[in-house]
Design a protein around this ligand. Structure first.
Ligand SMILES: Cc1cc2nc3c(=O)[nH]c(=O)nc-3n(C[C@H](O)[C@H](O)[C@H](O)COP(=O)(O)O)c2cc1C
Length: 116
């Protein structure tokens, strides 16, 4: 996916999420995405179904789905991060990010920490 397609995708996601009361973060590194999506269960489920069917990507995986007391990213309808921005802030994460889709637990922890 090129830069323009990426911008279109994040822009669309942010606008739709705003309308639906969803929030979260989206990471991108070398053709891999990591995403946290939060909001009312019905809306999250609906978008999750759409994302899975979206032909713009393949091999979609659910890492975790759970009830939460409060949102971690209430101010972000979809905050977008490039892995290199995070590495600049946290150089010790370089190895973890290289394997973005392989490390479920680290990825979730990383997305939470980086977006704080
Ligand atoms: C990696 C990735 C992340 C996405 N994240 C969102 C999102 O957070 N919110 C959203 O509404 N759509 C997201 N989309 C887009 C949806 O798959 C879908 O295109 C969009 O919801 C519009 O669907 P519709 O045309 O059926 O209304 C994402 C797509 C991809 C590939």
């Amino acid at each position: 996916m090129g830069v323009l397609a990426l911008m279109r995708l994040t822009d669309q996601a942010a606008q739709l999420n705003q309308k639906l009361g969803l929030s979260g973060v989206l990471f991108y590194e070398n053709q891999h995405f990591g995403q946290i999506l939060e909001g009312p269960r019905a809306e999250v489920t609906k978008i999750w179904e759409k994302i899975q069917r979206d032909p713009r990507h393949h091999q979609v995986r659910l890492l975790n789905m759970k009830e939460i007391e409060e949102r971690s990213f209430p101010a972000w309808s979809m905050r977008f991060f490039l892995a290199k921005e995070i590495i600049a802030k946290m150089p010790n994460l370089t190895g973890v990010l290289d394997g973005l889709p392989e490390h479920d637990v680290e990825l979730l922890r990383l997305m939470r920490t980086a977006a704080e």
